[in-house]
Design a protein around this ligand. Structure first.
Ligand code: PRP
Length: 218
């Protein structure tokens, strides 16, 4: 059993929804975590035996899959893109609702029907290739890490695959949604080995599960 538990949380807008859920399960960061000027990546919590790390969403999954963090919170998009064997996602937290979509320029948005090859800018090459394969289309993915919405207008690609929440970013960049890939919610993820060997991890999974069930019933 490791001495200190490490809980990984993603940077970005999901944190606002995740923090109250974490608090109900007894995971409360120290005050410094809320200070926007603080550049630390590791924070204490109200528990002596737990610290938080704040990293990019894709890296939450990587830290937990390798056991460098015992648990964390991440979108189901990241879990499905990587399909890590050592990562277990036991609780749907019912927060961070959004979906993964294909989008194309409003002017001249073409259906992929009939095309045998498309060029797509995305952070999700695996999910993208799988989605187009099911339609008999080969997707050539150009990896971007953000702001993909500008890629079609600059001629980098005909389409993008990205997260859509309110739809505002697509709209403001002249894109329309032409394919719905998967619905997404945030999940609690744990390292399988840590779950087997550290009772504190199992207890936390139970606390998150109980809270999710109670919120659903409310
Ligand atoms: C996400 C996503 C889209 C945007 C969609 O980016 O990549 O760009 O949100 O949200 P909307 O449908 O409500 O407009 P985010 O702002 O999380 O930043 P990122 O580009 O760093 O991922």
């Amino acid at each position: 059993m490791s001495d200190s538990l490490t809980f990984a949380v993603p940077k970005g807008r999901i944190l606002d929804e995740a923090l109250p859920v974490m608090a109900r399960a007894g995971v409360v960061p120290e005050e410094a975590f809320h200070d926007k000027a603080n550049r630390s990546l590791t924070f204490g919590t109200t528990r002596d035996d737990m610290r938080l790390i704040r990293v990019r969403a894709f890296d939450v999954a990587t830290f937990v899959a390798h056991g460098a963090a015992q648990m964390g919170i991440v979108g189901s998009d990241v879990i499905e893109e990587f399909d890590y064997a050592d990562l277990y996602a036991p609780v749907d937290l019912d927060i961070g609702h959004c979906h993964l979509a294909v989008a194309e320029p409003k002017e001249g948005a073409a259906s992929v029907d009939g095309a045998s090859h498309v060029r797509v800018a995305t952070k999700y090459p695996n999910l993208t290739r799988r989605f187009f394969e099911r339609q008999g289309v080969q997707a050539e993915c150009v990896k971007l890490n953000g702001a993909m919405e500008i890629a079609p207008s600059l001629g980098l690609c005909g389409r993008i695959v990205d997260l859509v929440s309110s739809g505002q970013t697509l709209k403001e960049n002249g894109l329309v949604e032409t394919g719905h890939i998967i619905d997404i919610t945030a999940r609690l993820i744990v390292n399988r080995a840590a779950l087997k060997t550290d009772p504190r991890v199992a207890a936390l999974v139970e606390a998150f599960r109980r809270d999710a069930t109670e919120r659903k019933a409310a």
